[in-house]
Design a protein around this ligand. Structure first.
Ligand code: 5GP
Length: 209
């Protein structure tokens, strides 16, 4: 059976993962973004069912009990998790799935789905990361410090990923990620039986005289 590929994108808050994901999904019929469930409150402009499925702690814990998550983690005092069914159904349908999750979640995926492709998005520098989080204006001073400290801890995980992409310029970073996706689709492992059969069945390929 032909399966889609599972791409996992992580990186510190403010590295630009979200924007990169959005750009990646534009005009892409082959890739589907998994919408996470979270107990955190929506930020201004965020819509339930589009940015996240916003749920209560009780609802989230119920879903844990029902084995409804591919992975879940506690990030900044809130729960975040990847609903399992949609990911599995999408992969079975032959489409790729993109997960934008933190490093704890990514490490759980790595154990359960070692064939997934792990991409880490890095900010160009800590100075730039601070500037981006400040500009976003959604964090107060103490949350800001927490996010920056957390960013350093997250960055240490980069060595566990398959690819590292520095987001210095958005279009360049998006292009780098697209290159990774394309290269992964060209890997010999994907649909190899189909390829061999296609050549075997092409009788005209062997000259008779
Ligand atoms: P934010 O609150 O800024 O939207 O997200 C905070 C962090 O949670 C980010 O690093 C984001 O990638 C991560 N995150 C979002 N959804 C999930 C998820 O389903 N699982 C895990 N483990 N992390 C997630």
């Amino acid at each position: 059976m032909y399966l889609g590929r599972l791409f996992v994108l992580s990186g510190p808050s403010g590295a630009g993962k979200g924007t990169i994901c959005k750009e990646l999904l534009k005009n892409s019929e082959r890739m589907v973004l998994s919408i996470s469930m979270t107990t955190r409150s929506p930020r201004e402009g965020e819509v339930d069912g589009i940015n996240y499925h916003f749920v209560t702690k009780e609802q989230f814990e119920e879903n844990i009990k029902e084995d409804g998550f591919l992975e879940y983690a506690q990030v900044f005092e809130n729960y975040y998790g990847t609903p399992k069914q949609l990911v599995i159904d999408t992969l079975k349908s032959g489409k790729d799935v993109l997960l934008e999750i933190d490093t704890q979640g990514a490490m759980q995926i790595k154990k359960a789905y070692p064939d997934a492709i792990f991409i880490f998005i890095l900010p160009p520098s800590m100075k730039e990361l601070r500037r981006r989080i400040t500009n976003r204006g959604t964090e107060d001073a103490s949350t800001m410090e927490l996010r920056l400290r957390e960013a350093l801890t997250e960055i240490e995980y980069v060595e566990k990923y398959d690819y590292a992409v520095v987001n210095d310029q958005l279009i360049v970073a998006v292009d780098r990620v697209k290159t990774i996706v394309r290269a992964e689709h060209l890997k010999v492992a994907e649909g190899i039986k189909d390829i061999i059969n296609r050549y075997k069945e092409d009788e005209n390929a062997i000259p008779i005289d």
